[in-house]
Design a protein around this ligand. Structure first.
Ligand code: UTP
Length: 297
């Protein structure tokens, strides 16, 4: 069976971006003129997943409003002849079939995914974390959906990072799959092990295609690191029953939960835009020349 639904957990507190996230969801922080969450929903839709469940919580109403009609605004834009803005506003509403469920307390990523059980039912589904933005040309998610359909196994995405990352990500032990080019068989997973205990440098990034037996594993997962119910722990139990697969990703990815990557993503996306790019590049050149002069002088 092929995954058709996507789950986007967005109930976290976004503490790394305080105070910006005191009164607005982290997922609504803009990159150029779109909130981060819109890039993620667009990626899911490009991979054929247009039934989307967002897991939200307290203070996350703006997420629902963003994907809903804004009748007064639309009327105003139509009346004043702002056709392209009207089209941009309406396109967001028509992107996907959006559903919402609330995670009463932020008890961890695993718990947030568990809240999707009723909506997902007994079929494979994708999970996209809003912190991870991939380049718009990347085909990672569609590849993962293909591998899940073919192997009937959970598929995760990993990237090879330096030792510093091993205390920030889930890390896997994996071997190349003899039957599938570019695919790994995962033998173990550990959440944020640190360099001393890491089985490799293959770190789990925020794209998953999960088989539905994950829900039973989440239900029996006890709080782990940080007192949270960890998805990595549930997948570890799942992997013991039937090995899971990983695809190694080498493409463009920004961890926009990190301020430094958020800034990089903003600059790169602005440079790529036809309307903003040329002027912005000219500004950057001048700005960098000024910095070079300062350093030289
Ligand atoms: P993070 O821990 O990276 O996000 O969780 P956070 O909690 O929002 O941010 P910081 O660390 O405090 O800055 C990864 C993803 O899991 C979701 C988050 O919304 C984020 O997309 N999540 C996390 C939940 O939905 N529920 C939780 O209980 C925890």
């Amino acid at each position: 069976m092929r995954a058709r639904k996507a789950v986007i957990p967005a109930a976290g507190l976004g503490t790394r971006f305080l105070p910006a996230t005191k009164a607005q969801p982290k997922e609504m922080l803009p990159l150029v003129d779109k909130p981060a969450i819109q890039y993620v929903v667009e990626e899911a839709v490009r991979a054929g997943l247009d039934d989307i469940l967002m897991v939200t919580g307290r203070g996350k109403r703006a997420l629902e409003d963003h994907f809903d009609h804004a009748i007064e605004l639309e009327r105003q834009l139509a009346a004043t002849g702002k056709e392209s803005l009207l089209a941009a506003v309406q396109a967001v509403t028509n992107l996907a079939l959006m559903h919402y469920v609330r995670q009463g307390k932020p008890l961890g990523l695993g718990h947030a995914i568990g809240c999707a059980r009723h909506h997902v039912g007994d079929e494979p589904f994708a999970v996209l974390l809003g912190d991870d933005l991939l380049g718009e040309d990347e085909k990672l998610l569609s590849q993962m959906v293909d591998v899940c359909e073919e192997s009937e196994r959970t598929v995760i995405a990993v990237m090879e990072f330096g030792d510093d990352a091993l205390s920030k990500y889930g890390v896997v032990a994996a071997e190349p799959d003899p039957d599938m080019e570019g695919v790994y068989q995962v033998t173990d997973l550990v959440e944020k092990p640190g360099k001393a205990n890491a089985p490799s440098n293959l770190c789990i990034i925020g794209r998953y295609v999960l088989t539905p037996d994950i829900f039973d594993h989440i239900a029996s997962t006890k709080p782990g690191r940080g007192g949270e119910i960890q998805l990595t722990d549930a997948m570890r139990a799942q992997a013991r029953e039937k090995p899971i697969r990983a695809i190694k990703f080498d493409g463009t990815r920004y961890d926009v939960g990190l301020k430094s990557d958020y800034l990089r993503a903003t600059v790169q996306l602005a440079v790529q835009r036809d309307d903003l790019g040329p002027g912005f590049v000219a500004f950057l050149r001048e700005f960098m020349a000024g910095i070079d002069d300062e350093l030289a002088g």
